[in-house]
Structures are given as structure tokens and as C-alpha cells.
Design a protein around this ligand. Structure first.
Ligand SMILES: NC(=O)C1=CN([C@@H]2O[C@H](COP(=O)(O)OP(=O)(O)OC[C@H]3O[C@@H](n4cnc5c(N)ncnc54)[C@H](O)[C@@H]3O)[C@@H](O)[C@H]2O)C=CC1
Ligand SMILES: CC(=O)C(=O)O
Length: 309
């Protein structure tokens, strides 16, 4: 299993590469970036730790490194400014992303390749990749609300002093302001969240607010997300590589579940070796269902505005 990371010289791409190195599951990590010195430096730094981590091949270079990749992860992009919404970023990022897709098409890629989009605004760029690349839609996946979901679980766990892995709550919708935390099915170790000792609606509201503001808070304090997004990327890549068919809130093209269609957005998705294999539809509270529809509309309107499709 070979993974190429386009934007691998940057913060997100290099943190993803480091998480993949510790994971030890993929055999080859190829870092691609327009900043040649930076990407060579990142690859060298990873290589220096190889004898302590795993026996992976680590290389750096240009778009040709994606030709034989099984998963092409795109993290290249401009960062969000602290006061800028992720959707505002699209005007600056769409041209850059289109160039990357053109480079990919010129260099060539495997027909079984999975293209995994992380650059923001991730849902819109996932849709653009799906339109531009000659691949089945299920092979195009966006990170979607995987990062938001781990942020929510981890911070809720800290507030109520339980292990983060025992918190079950998922965010659907846009990776952005209209994200929809699904509290109707939330559990702690299989127990209903609302009955768990110490959980109040005020606490839930506070953790939700903190999660919505997490991206901006991290940008303000350290320039951008790195470790958590790197771990999130590695989690999705390992799920594909091991064909685990785990249910993850990745972004993918919708074809009717939850009344959503012709938009890439996060809903629970079975992820395996074929990519985003199917969507799982569950009953939501009416206000959650309505919020998800609104989130889909936000993305559709943006796609109409900036891509004209
Ligand atoms: N979906 C998500 O959950 C998250 C998405 N992001 C997004 O990830 C993107 C990258 O963020 P950072 O790594 O912090 O930025 P960064 O500035 O550290 O890295 C971006 C890298 O992309 C490279 N690059 C630019 N144009 C390129 C091209 N045509 N081909 C190859 N490489 C190219 C740059 O040289 C740079 O090394 C941003 O769009 C950011 O908003 C960041 C965090 C979370
Ligand atoms: C930058 C971004 O999208 C995040 O940290 O959530």
C-alpha cells in the first residue's frame, strides 16, 4: 500500500505522514510538494526515525510520485486566517486545487486509486475532485467531519472524566460552521449520554460551542491544526488499507440518504478498500434532520456559486 501526500511539506501533510509512520501499516509514504527543500527536509526527518518506527519506504518529489499510489491524499492549500470562514477560503483555494488536479491528470494515476481530500473547504473541494477526476465517486473521499468528531469526543471525555475512546457521538454535515453534532444517539460506553452522571444540557452546549470554534482557536494559538488532523487522516487511510469497513463521518457524494444529493458532505459512511462504500441512514431528531438539510444547502449554494455546477 503506497500513500502519496500532496502538500506533504506542510503542517497537515507532515503530521499525517508522521502518524502513518507510527501506524506502520502502509508500506510507502511519498511526500509531494512545490516547496522542494521543505518536502525533502520533511522526508529526511521521517527517514531518520525509520529504524525506531517501521520499515517503510519514505520518498519526496513531484506529481509523478502519485502515479502508482493506492491512496492520494491532498493536503496542499492555503490556511484559513483566524477571522475567515472555511467557505471564504474557497475563492483562494479553488484555483490552487484545480492546478493540483491538472498535475495529477497529466502525471496519471491508478484506476483503483482512492483520492482523499483534506484541503479546505474540504466538502467543496471533494466535490470538485469528484467532478474533475475520471474515477468512480466512491473513490473520492473528503476528511469531512472526522476531525470535528474526534475533537468533540475528546473534549467531552475530558469534561466528564471518561476515556475518550468510550465516547460515542458523531458530527454530520459540513466541515464548517453548519456542522451538526448528533446528540440524539450519543452514548458513553453504551449508556445514554443524557443519563450519564454529571452530564447536563449546559455542559453539552459548552462542549459543542468549543468544538465549533476549535479550528479557529488552534489557528489563532499555533497557526494551524497538525497532530489531531494528522491522526484523523491516518485513521481513515488505515481503515481503507486494512479494508476494515468501519463507519466514519467522511465526506462523499450523496445520493439520497437523509434527503441529500449531488453534494459531498459527511454522514456515517462505510469505509473500506473500495473507498466510501455506502451510507448508513438512522433516525435523527427533527431539529437535527433540519440542520443537516441546511448544511447540505449551504454547501450546494457554495458549489453553485464557485464551481457553477
Ligand atoms: N479538513 C480538515 O479537517 C483540515 C483541513 N486543513 C486544510 O489543510 C490545508 C493545508 O494546511 P497546512 O498544512 O496547515 O498548510 P501549510 O501551509 O503548512 O502547507 C501547505 C503545503 O501545500 C504546499 N503546496 C501549495 N501548492 C501546492 C501544489 N500545487 N502542489 C503541491 N504542494 C503544494 C505548500 O508548499 C505547503 O507546503 C489548508 O487548506 C487547511 O485549511 C487544515 C486542518 C484541518
Ligand atoms: C483548519 C481547519 O479546518 C480545522 O482545524 O478545523
Amino acid at each position: 500500500m503506497k500513500v502519496s501526500i500532496i502538500g506533504g511539506g506542510g503542517l497537515v501533510g507532515s503530521c499525517a505522514a508522521s502518524a502513518l509512520q507510527y501506524g506502520g501499516i502502509v508500506k510507502e509514504i511519498a511526500l509531494v510538494d512545490v516547496n522542494q527543500d521543505l518536502v525533502e527536509g520533511q522526508a529526511l526527518d521521517l527517514l531518520h526515525g525509520a529504524s525506531l518506527t517501521s520499515d517503510q519506504k519514505i520518498v519526496a518529489g513531484g506529481p509523478e510520485l502519485s502515479q502508482d499510489a493506492d491512496i492520494i491524499c491532498i493536503t496542499a492549500g492555503l490556511r484559513r486566517k483566524p477571522d475567515e470562514s472555511r467557505l471564504d477560503l474557497i475563492n483562494r483555494n479553488v484555483a490552487l486545487f484545480s492546478n493540483i488536479l491538472s498535475d495529477l491528470k497529466s502525471a496519471g494515476y491508478k484506476k483503483e486509486a482512492k483520492v482523499f481530500v483534506v484541503s479546505n473547504p474540504v466538502d467543496v473541494l471533494t466535490y470538485l475532485a469528484m467532478k474533475e477526476l475520471d474515477l468512480p465517486p466512491q473513490q473520492i473521499i473528503g476528511l469531512g467531519t472526522v476531525l470535528d468528531t474526534t475533537r468533540l469526543r475528546s473534549m467531552l471525555a475530558q469534561r466528564i472524566a471518561v476515556p475518550p475512546s468510550q465516547v460515542q457521538v458523531t458530527i454530520f454535515g459540513e466541515h464548517g460552521d453548519s456542522m451538526v453534532p448528533i446528540w440524539s444517539n450519543a452514548q458513553i460506553a453504551g449508556l445514554p449520554l443524557e443519563k450519564y452522571p454529571g452530564v447536563t444540557s449546559q455542559l453539552i452546549g459548552e462542549v459543542e460551542k468549543k468544538t465549533r470554534g476549535s479550528g479557529a482557536e488552534v489557528i489563532k494559538k499555533k497557526g494551524g491544526a497538525g497532530f489531531a488532523v494528522g491522526a484523523s487522516i491516518a485513521d481513515v487511510i488505515h481503515t481503507i488499507a486494512l479494508d476494515q469497513e468501519r463507519i466514519l463521518p467522511v465526506s462523499s457524494l450523496q445520493n439520497g440518504a437523509y434527503g441529500l444529493s449531488d453534494v459531498c458532505i459527511s454522514v456515517p459512511t462505510v469505509v473500506g478498500i473500495n473507498g466510501a462504500q455506502s451510507h448508513i441512514e438512522i433516525e435523527l431528531w427533527p431539529k437535527e434532520q433540519a440542520a443537516l438539510q441546511r448544511s447540505g444547502q449551504v454547501l450546494r449554494e457554495t458549489i453553485n456559486k464557485v464551481l457553477g455546477t
